[in-house]
Ligand binder design. Structure first.
Ligand code: SF4
Ligand code: SF4
Length: 281
């Protein structure tokens, strides 16, 4: 199996369009919509999904009869999810990342854990294509555990798994790309698009990831983004022109391949190149 994540520095660059198009150009593949704040790949697919399970995070429960108020748990919590009050340890459930450090460092075994649901996981198949997505519960902020849970859904029988990553370069994006073989960065050739892409590129360098760029809406903006890629030696995998027909197709929920079936070959070519690069490594 080859795993590929589609990322972008900001929302609205066409990341979902590209992820679903790549997916639909493959025969035996899985698409995971990891943009759990706003999963919308399903709008462009003809795959019926069903609820699978909740995505949960284990949060600490402190037994006040065992707690000696030593403060070790508070001191070791990287996320400031605990507070040391004069007569109790306060747990901020919504900040807790469920790392389990507090229960490990507690000298009196006063900490047990209970699960807290952050989101829901859905899955469906259509012939040899499988689609999974996660959805953050309204009001929740912690999306990373949902992405981790989604990764448990990876179907090893598939030839490819495509991740539609959350936009940006923060923890949710890192969680989506950390284990994949290759990353496709989707960017618009505008000053804003370039600025956001640079942050993503720096993150991918730090993660030591193989990646290439797809330029979407080629024709707006300027050549700076292409110049930047050239200077850095970043491969440009594809240029998609700025075309009103694509925007219209998107706005009525049509996938790119439905409106422009001739693009299928181009996406298959990209996948072939990525496959060769990953296998050669
Ligand atoms: S599980 Fe981790 S994040 Fe949550 S309170 Fe304990 S140390 Fe902090
Ligand atoms: S580490 Fe354990 S004993 Fe110490 S304050 Fe935290 S819960 Fe209480």
């Amino acid at each position: 199996m080859i795993s590929i994540a589609v990322v972008s520095g900001k929302g609205g660059t066409g990341k979902t369009t590209l992820a679903t198009s790549l997916f639909l150009s493959l025969e035996n593949a899985q698409l995971i919509d990891a943009d759990v704040d706003e999963p919308n790949c399903s709008l462009f697919l003809d795959i019926k999904t069903e609820y699978v399970k909740d995505a949960q995070v284990p949060i600490p429960v402190i037994d006040s009869t065992k707690c000696i108020l030593c403060g070790e748990c508070v001191k070791n919590c990287e996320y400031n999810a605990l507070a040391n009050l004069p007569n109790q340890i306060l747990v901020f459930d919504r900040i807790c990342h469920g790392c389990g450090v507090c229960s490990v460092v507690c000298p009196t075994e006063a900490i047990t854990e209970k699960n807290r649901s952050l989101g829901k996981i859905f899955s469906g198949t259509n012939e040899k294509r499988r689609f999974d997505y996660g959805e953050l519960i309204v009001g929740e902020e912690l999306s990373t555990p949902i992405i981790s849970t989604l990764k448990e859904q990876i179907d090893e029988e598939k030839d490819y798994v495509i991740f539609d990553s959350p936009p940006g370069s923060a923890c949710p994006m890192v969680e989506a790309v950390i284990d994949v073989d290759y990353v496709i960065v989707v960017a618009e050739p505008t000053p804003f698009g370039l600025s956001d892409m640079k942050v993503v590129v720096e993150t991918l360098y730090q993660l030591n990831k193989k990646f290439g760029v797809i330029i979407n809406k080629k024709g707006i903006g300027n050549e700076e983004l292409e110049n930047y890629c050239r200077e850095k030696g970043i491969p440009i995998l594809l240029r998609i022109p700025f075309d009103l027909k694509i925007a219209k197709s998107y706005s009525v929920g049509n996938n790119l391949l439905k409106t422009f079936p001739e693009w299928k070959g181009k996406f298959q070519k990209i996948i072939k190149e990525i496959t060769e690069e990953v296998k050669n490594e």
